[in-house]
Design a protein around this ligand. Structure first.
Ligand SMILES: CC(C)(COP(=O)(O)OP(=O)(O)OC[C@H]1O[C@@H](n2cnc3c(N)ncnc32)[C@H](O)[C@@H]1OP(=O)(O)O)[C@@H](O)C(=O)NCCC(=O)NCCS
Length: 67
Protein backbone atom coordinates (compact mmCIF):
# COMPACT_ATOMS: atom_id res chain seq x y z
CA UNK A 1 0.00 0.00 0.00
CA UNK A 2 3.04 2.30 0.00
CA UNK A 3 3.49 5.01 -2.60
CA UNK A 4 -0.23 5.74 -2.94
CA UNK A 5 -0.30 9.01 -1.03
CA UNK A 6 -1.55 7.59 2.26
CA UNK A 7 1.58 8.56 4.24
CA UNK A 8 1.43 12.12 2.94
CA UNK A 9 -2.29 12.40 3.64
CA UNK A 10 -1.87 10.95 7.14
CA UNK A 11 0.92 13.38 7.96
CA UNK A 12 -1.26 16.27 6.76
CA UNK A 13 -3.99 15.12 9.16
CA UNK A 14 -1.50 14.88 12.03
CA UNK A 15 -0.19 18.39 11.34
CA UNK A 16 -3.75 19.76 11.10
CA UNK A 17 -4.42 18.24 14.53
CA UNK A 18 -1.23 19.66 16.00
CA UNK A 19 -2.21 23.12 14.67
CA UNK A 20 -5.18 22.98 17.07
CA UNK A 21 -2.51 23.08 19.84
CA UNK A 22 -3.75 20.04 21.79
CA UNK A 23 -0.48 19.85 23.73
CA UNK A 24 0.20 23.53 24.48
CA UNK A 25 1.25 26.67 22.69
CA UNK A 26 4.49 25.55 21.02
CA UNK A 27 4.80 26.14 17.26
CA UNK A 28 7.59 23.57 16.95
CA UNK A 29 6.97 20.03 15.74
CA UNK A 30 9.93 17.66 15.94
CA UNK A 31 10.43 14.06 14.94
CA UNK A 32 13.23 11.65 14.28
CA UNK A 33 13.93 9.62 11.16
CA UNK A 34 16.33 6.78 10.57
CA UNK A 35 19.34 7.91 8.53
CA UNK A 36 18.82 5.05 6.12
CA UNK A 37 15.19 5.88 5.35
CA UNK A 38 15.29 8.31 2.40
CA UNK A 39 11.61 7.80 1.57
CA UNK A 40 10.45 8.94 5.01
CA UNK A 41 12.96 11.78 5.11
CA UNK A 42 11.76 13.05 1.72
CA UNK A 43 8.17 12.89 2.89
CA UNK A 44 8.99 15.00 5.95
CA UNK A 45 11.09 17.48 3.95
CA UNK A 46 8.28 17.87 1.42
CA UNK A 47 6.10 19.00 4.35
CA UNK A 48 8.70 21.58 5.37
CA UNK A 49 10.59 19.69 8.06
CA UNK A 50 14.30 20.52 8.16
CA UNK A 51 17.17 18.69 9.82
CA UNK A 52 18.12 20.40 13.09
CA UNK A 53 21.63 18.95 13.27
CA UNK A 54 20.69 16.85 16.30
CA UNK A 55 21.36 13.18 15.64
CA UNK A 56 22.56 9.97 17.17
CA UNK A 57 24.13 6.99 15.46
CA UNK A 58 20.84 5.85 13.87
CA UNK A 59 18.42 8.78 13.77
CA UNK A 60 18.34 12.42 12.75
CA UNK A 61 15.96 15.01 14.19
CA UNK A 62 13.83 17.12 11.86
CA UNK A 63 11.66 20.02 12.94
CA UNK A 64 8.90 22.18 11.48
CA UNK A 65 7.48 25.49 12.64
CA UNK A 66 3.71 25.44 12.25
CA UNK A 67 1.53 28.49 11.67
C1 LIG B 1 7.41 6.44 5.02
C2 LIG B 1 5.95 6.05 4.71
C3 LIG B 1 5.07 6.40 5.93
C4 LIG B 1 5.48 6.88 3.51
O1 LIG B 1 4.11 6.54 3.29
P1 LIG B 1 3.56 6.30 1.82
O2 LIG B 1 2.09 6.18 1.90
O3 LIG B 1 4.30 5.20 1.16
O4 LIG B 1 4.01 7.67 1.14
P2 LIG B 1 3.24 8.51 0.03
O5 LIG B 1 2.63 7.61 -0.99
O6 LIG B 1 2.36 9.52 0.68
O7 LIG B 1 4.48 9.23 -0.66
C5 LIG B 1 5.26 10.17 0.06
C6 LIG B 1 6.48 10.49 -0.77
O8 LIG B 1 7.38 9.39 -0.75
C7 LIG B 1 7.65 8.95 -2.09
N1 LIG B 1 7.75 7.51 -2.08
C8 LIG B 1 6.87 6.64 -1.54
N2 LIG B 1 7.32 5.37 -1.67
C9 LIG B 1 8.53 5.49 -2.30
C10 LIG B 1 9.51 4.56 -2.70
N3 LIG B 1 9.36 3.23 -2.52
N4 LIG B 1 10.63 5.01 -3.31
C11 LIG B 1 10.82 6.33 -3.52
N5 LIG B 1 9.92 7.28 -3.14
C12 LIG B 1 8.80 6.85 -2.56
C13 LIG B 1 6.50 9.41 -2.91
O9 LIG B 1 6.89 9.58 -4.25
C14 LIG B 1 6.15 10.70 -2.24
O10 LIG B 1 6.97 11.74 -2.71
P3 LIG B 1 6.34 12.99 -3.47
O11 LIG B 1 5.44 13.67 -2.45
O12 LIG B 1 7.51 13.80 -3.85
O13 LIG B 1 5.56 12.42 -4.58
C15 LIG B 1 5.81 4.56 4.35
O14 LIG B 1 6.66 4.27 3.27
C16 LIG B 1 6.08 3.62 5.49
O15 LIG B 1 5.20 3.27 6.26
N6 LIG B 1 7.34 3.15 5.58
C17 LIG B 1 7.72 2.18 6.61
C18 LIG B 1 7.74 2.78 8.01
C19 LIG B 1 8.56 4.04 8.06
O16 LIG B 1 9.58 4.19 7.40
N7 LIG B 1 8.07 5.00 8.85
C20 LIG B 1 8.74 6.29 9.06
C21 LIG B 1 9.67 6.21 10.24
S1 LIG B 1 10.55 7.73 10.46
Amino acid sequence: MQGRGYGSAALDRVLDYIRTKPFGTSDRVALTCNKENPVARKLYENKGFQATGVEDEDEIELALTIF
